[in-house]
Write a protein that binds this ligand. Sequence first.
Ligand code: SF4
Length: 661
Amino acid sequence: MTKGFTGKIIHIDLTSRTSSVERPQEDFYRRYGGGSAMGMYYLLKQMPASADPLGEDNILTVFVGPATGASISGQSRVSVCAKSPLTGAAGDSQAGGFWPAYLKRSGFDGLVISGRAARPVYLLLHDGEVEFREAAHLWGRITGEAEKLIRQELGDEKAQVMQIGPAGEKLVRFACIINMSNRANGRTGMGAVMGSKNLKAVVVQGGKKLELFDPVKIKELARWGAETFKDSNTYQMGLHGTANIIPGQNDNGGLPTRNWSSGVFEGYKEISGQTMSDTILKERDTCFGCVIRCKRVVEVRDGEFPVDPYYGGPEYESMSTLGSYCGISNLSAIAKANELCNMYGLDTISCGATIAWAMDCYEQGVISKKDTGGLELKFGNAAAMVKLVEQIGRKEGFGALLAEGSARAAAKIGPEAQGLTVTVKNQEFPAHMPQVKRSLGLIYAVNPYGADHMSSEHDPMYEPDTEFAGRMAEIGLLDQKPASDLGPEKVRFAHYTQWIYSACNSLCLCQFVYGPAWQLYSTGQMAEVISAATGWEFSVFELMKLGERTLNLQRVFNAREGFSARDDVLPEKVSQPLKGGRSDGVSVPADQVERAKILYYRMCGWNREGIPHRAKLEELGIGWTADLIGSQHVVADSSQVESPDEPCALPSSSKLFENEA
Ligand code: SF4
């Protein structure tokens, strides 16, 4: 068996409470890597088209990667995939912690979970075996309580628990999966899929030794990382958490405020990572083997919003969505809302963004106290925001409507409410603004699993004269452009770096540690880590192709579900001018993104509907997927597909793509 992997994938049928172990060949591991690509492979093979995401037919996959569990930074990540109940498209989310490394120790590379248990269960994996365990006594428990009960029951304080909270049980569409009670597979509602299967938790234990091809080389790379880290761009993130970027985001006019009506927030200092370090930070935390320690543990003992350190502390995204999005600068209230999200198992991004959208509706008179159950939903009302997080987690009161996500809730209220949503494919925007990071807007539009900020490199990293030029050159990106540009070179930048971010999701490597620009390890070093773990001569070319393969698997999945170019669009809200600060008056013109999108599709080898050509799928070694989406989509047809020789109808001059704002 290839080194780095255990060679075992466990298939679980919850309906019949049976399991079987698959031992794939080495070429399967090399082609799909792990994580998201492997997950999509099984979704395409086993999930019927048009399955109800909350029904028995949906498949939930949980995979780690070739280096997971090795003693080097940024390798302990897990990818969870299923059809998303939020988007209806491919669902995909990543988390760190200790659980991923412990899955390998339990003897498996991943799980493929089908069916639905008749009553609540949890799975216990250890020593290459699985046990189905009753979970009735855990159902309804918040995550911290359930984790403690499971560890008591097993007599093992080190057992790693990946679980859902009450939000997942109640099928909140943006429920997440939590491990360590504070690390979330946050996006696309994977917690609701677990809840629909009556699966409370997957617990991993054991001490199986991880066999690596070249442990000396891994040690050497790890030592280099530990020595270099203090001089790297990741150091500040370790010191003050991901929220260390808040002042910079605000200075650039890129801190989403009051439901994306502005890019500057007057209360930014109160919610910065530095302020958190100076006030409520109890300690820094980390994932298995990582020197960066970007995770926060906060504690608030007194006052209106006491916070239990068991549930960690807010990341940049949580600080923004539960803070500036809602016009809230009360740090304790944001930390409280973050704690509640982790207790109930809610994605902090969709949760905070949905509350901000509801506040906007309230401020504009689209909804009133009659709709909100008496809550005065004005921007800045911290108590109302915290109350709503709890209501969403319990699916009670006005929170029951918000538990559907802002797009579905808006559809129930009416067109005025729909005009205030900030979503793509029904998924709420994370806290990076296309108004000031133009290619990120393109990626928000085309990303198969909805708007996501960890799917490509951000525009400022490719500005002229940045220190990252050398690393970018490694992947053929030589012509830096301003962050406001969306010309052909920026489309190429988004396209290539999307492959690398996507490869990280399949190799299960942390995108703060490995990547094309500011990260601790370069793309070349990332390939070296995979080579040392597996014994493959893994190249940057192979790595980028893995990322491209992952994206194409996801696009095939979406095409089979009926998604096309009409779903790859930004919301109206971002084409309205922002107010205040450096981004005052800036908007994202819809036609600019449309033109970039057509060029992007062509670069991808996709047709005008954004569906991969058969030739592209064959080139990626996944030609078998072409038959899944129907010949009308993948065989050249003059109304849909351009001939490969047809000249691009778009002018090559970047003039047409310039920032028009
Ligand atoms: S950088 Fe942060 S999120 Fe990534 S592995 Fe290290 S501690 Fe975990």
